[in-house]
Structure formats: C-alpha cells, structure tokens
Design a protein around this ligand. Structure first.
Ligand SMILES: Nc1ncnc2c1ncn2[C@@H]1O[C@H](COP(=O)(O)OP(=O)(O)OP(=O)(O)O)[C@@H](O)[C@H]1O
Ligand SMILES: [Mg+2]
Length: 295
C-alpha cells in the first residue's frame, strides 16, 4: 500500500498505474494521507511514501509523523534516509563523496548570499531553498539582478538556507533527465522540460511539467551509477541500510562543459510519470511484494 499526498499544485498522475499494478500482483493498496490523524498505520504490512508533497510547508509536522509511523510500521524508503533527503544539503554530502553534483553554494545570511552572487559576475544562476518541492521559491536570474537577492531574502525569512547554482543552459534546449530505479535496478528515464522563466517565476506563469520518454546516454548511465553507488555507501555507513532502496529517482542536467551532473536525488517523493513507462508500475509492485515477503 502507499501513502498519498495532500495535493499541492500537482496532479497524482501515477496513482492509476499503481492501482492496476497492485491489482495484477494480487495485493491491496490504500492511499491514506500522512496528515490524516485517523489512520491506523500499524494495520499495514508496508507503508510506502510516495507523494507527501506538502511536507515543504509542514516540515515539523511531517518529521513528527515520520517518527511516529516508523515505530508502527515498515516504512520505505527508510525514514532515516528520508530525514536526510528532505533537506538539499544532502547534495553537499554527495559532492563530498565524489558524485558529480551541480556546483551548489549554500548561504545562511544575506552577507553570504551577496558575496556568492558577486562571485557569479552577472552570469545566469538559480536561487532556491534548501527544502523545496514543486519549484517553490525557485528562480532564475542574472546573478546581479535585484530579483536574485530579493528571492534569497524571502528564503532566509522562512528560516531556510539559500542555494545558489549556475543555471545549466542546456536545460532550455533539452530539459533535465530523470532516471528511475526500483530495488537498485534502472527502470525508465524521462525528460522534463525547462521550468524556470528568465528573471524569476515559472515558464508560462504556472507549474506545468512537460514530460517525455527518454533514452539515457552511456555517459548519463555511468553518472547515475556513480550516484547510486554513493547513495548506497552512504545509506550503509550512515543509516545502517544495506538493502537496495525500494525506489529512487535521480535528476541529471548537462553542465555548460557538456558533462552530466546531479540536480536532485528524489528518495521519498518522486513522481515517476508512469504514463511514459507503464511497465515500471509492475517493477515497483514486484519490489513491494518482495519486501512484504521479507517483513
Ligand atoms: N541549476 C539549474 N540549472 C537549470 N535549471 C534549473 C537549475 N536548478 C533548477 N532548475 C530548474 O528548476 C526546476 C526546479 O528545481 P529543482 O528540481 O531543483 O527543485 P524542486 O523544488 O525540487 O522542484 P521539482 O519538485 O519541480 O523537481 C528544475 O526542474 C529545473 O527546470
Ligand atoms: Mg526537481
């Protein structure tokens, strides 16, 4: 069974595919919301986090719920990993582990923001919060544009770190590439079109994801294998988790020098966009069944 979102600006496009795959695999699926106080979590064999997208504005509540549900049920991916993955400072850990991560500076004060922006000399950059989903408070600016500092101030006022990255120009042409894994094995990939308008805000003024099936290159597959291996080592060494993760989605962009780099590792709230790869629903259902047998 999987837990469902409290929907935040995003249709749950995967749900019908999960429902069909679970029915075919012969297990019952329910979609309770994490925020629903009346759910009897210990009645479930397995709790699979899938789309709790409102955690970004309800972090404390979500973390408290995670502590509680962890004591009541088998939860995937493991809550210790989720706590780490919820805050994009995880990118610094992965970079330190040798993963090709998009260069990312974290700033915790206006002075740090100003000096980081200066170091980008008016080049295109992206400003975003350390805890975010759905491109919330994420903007693309010239580094010396007043909007960049204004957005950074908004993020700091929410008590979050400001992330500043070079804008990967290739995203305008080719978007980003997401590689989805189930039980540590590559399942499918899709390309997601550019989201950010120059000067701040979203393209077309609203959050709309344009997703197409995609075939990763050898170089992209190698990059994602390096990410997977680093995440696996980190899970084992830091969280005592050595089994493959039930699912993972790794988003890559191409840097201006042509090399692939990790933009995000989505380990507890990825949309899989199963309409571009319906067979992947079965891969996840099989992985769920394997865990139910182990539990
Ligand atoms: N450094 C970057 N270069 C180019 N585009 C970027 C960069 N960072 C973010 N973007 C664009 O902004 C979007 C949202 O950024 P990101 O994925 O990091 O944040 P998020 O809030 O987790 O969003 P989502 O849930 O939509 O994936 C990306 O899908 C991409 O189009
Ligand atoms: Mg993203």
């Amino acid at each position: 069974m999987t837990t469902d979102l409290e929907r935040v600006g995003h249709e749950d496009v995967d749900r019908p595919f999960h429902e069909r795959a679970a029915a075919a695999a012969g297990f019952a699926l329910e979609h309770p919301c994490w925020g629903d106080p009346d759910v009897d979590w210990d009645a479930y064999d397995l709790v699979v986090l899938r789309s709790p997208w409102d955690y970004t504005t309800r972090q404390r509540e979500f973390l408290e719920w995670l502590d509680r549900v962890e004591s009541l049920a088998a939860v995937h991916n493991p809550p210790s990993l989720v706590r780490w993955n919820l805050d994009k400072h995880y990118l610094a850990d992965l970079a330190e582990a040798g993963v090709p991560v998009i260069p990312t500076a974290f700033a915790d004060s206006e002075a740090e923001v100003v000096s980081t922006l200066r170091s980008h000399h008016g080049d295109p950059i992206v400003v975003k919060p350390s805890i975010s989903a759905g491109s919330r408070n994420t903007g693309r600016f010239a580094a010396d544009a007043p909007g960049a500092l204004a957005l950074a101030r908004t993020i700091l006022a929410e008590g979050l770190s400001v992330m500043i990255q070079p804008f990967a120009r290739s995203v305008d042409q080719e978007g980003e590439l997401a590689l989805v894994h189930f039980d540590g094995t590559f399942g499918h990939a899709f390309r997601k079109g550019a989201m950010l308008a120059p000067g701040g805000g979203l393209r077309g003024g609203e959050y709309r994801e344009n997703v197409q099936p995609a075939q990763p290159s050898e170089e992209q597959l190698a990059a994602v294998r390096a990410v997977e291996a680093a995440v696996h080592r980190l899970c084992r060494d830091r969280f005592g988790v050595s089994a493959p993760l039930l699912y993972a989605r790794y988003d890559l962009v191409t840097l201006d020098d042509g090399s692939p780099a990790l933009l995000e590792a989505e380990l507890f709230e990825p949309c899989f966009f199963l309409h571009v790869a319906p067979d992947s629903a079965r891969l996840l259902a099989d992985a769920v069944l394997r865990r139910r047998k182990i539990a």
